[in-house]
Unconditional design. Structure first.
Length: 215
């Protein structure tokens, strides 16, 4: 029990750090550095790796970093770079939540709700649907970690579900003449609606079976 309590205290401390960092550190300076390094692909690649590693700490959206990849490498090379980085970056909150564990209280209830969701949908289908839904990446990753989703299903489901958002962000970045946080609207409402519709379609069968089982 003491070990669980220590892990939960560590988890709460990490959440506090993330909340503070997201308020204090805006990506404006990052965009300035990225603009200066965009014509040096290798150095820019090192920058991207670092940004993907710290992105969850600052609660920056994955599409923001994908825009950087599209800006520097264009759509063809930017897409695999951005998708790989997004998937790897999502593993950090997933593994952190798995380490903290469900424990008790609100965290336990969240873990139980997630377990019921993935038990109904299956790990892979549930992850793909969760990524296609217009929801913030890191809470989805943390919920999957608390719910006991397998690492393989998490990685594959994240990679598949993030494809449309990554494509949109990379294309937006590739079309920019200069980087700025102003006016970066990579995700249109049409894409949001389409992603939500596909997510609902993926969950319709499991939801119907779950409802039928309760009758």
């Amino acid at each position: 029990m003491a070990d669980v309590a220590r892990r939960q205290v560590a988890g709460l401390a990490l959440l506090a750090v993330v909340a503070a960092a997201s308020l204090l550190v805006a990506p404006d300076r990052l965009f300035g550095v990225a603009s200066d390094l965009a014509d040096r692909p290798v150095v820019f690649g090192v920058l991207l790796v670092g940004v993907y590693l710290v992105r969850p700490l600052f609660a920056w959206p994955t599409t923001l970093v994908a825009i950087l990849a599209g800006y520097a490498y264009g759509p063809v090379w930017g897409f695999p770079v951005a998708l790989s980085g997004t998937t790897a970056s999502a593993l950090l909150p997933f593994l952190a939540a798995r380490y903290v564990g469900a424990g008790s209280g609100l965290v336990a209830r969240l873990g139980d709700s997630g377990e019921r969701f993935f038990a109904a949908t299956g790990d892979l289908r549930g992850m793909v649907a969760s990524r296609l839904a217009p929801a913030p990446s890191d809470p989805v990753s943390a919920a999957a970690g608390l719910s006991g989703v397998s690492t393989g299903a998490f990685v594959v489901g994240t990679a598949v579900g993030e494809i449309p958002w990554t494509v949109a962000a990379v294309l937006a970045g590739g079309s920019l003449d200069s980087l700025s946080t102003a006016g970066l609207t990579a995700i249109s409402w049409e894409l949001l609606a389409a992603g939500a519709a596909v997510a609902v379609a993926l969950l319709a069968g499991p939801a119907y079976r779950a409802a039928s089982a309760r009758r």
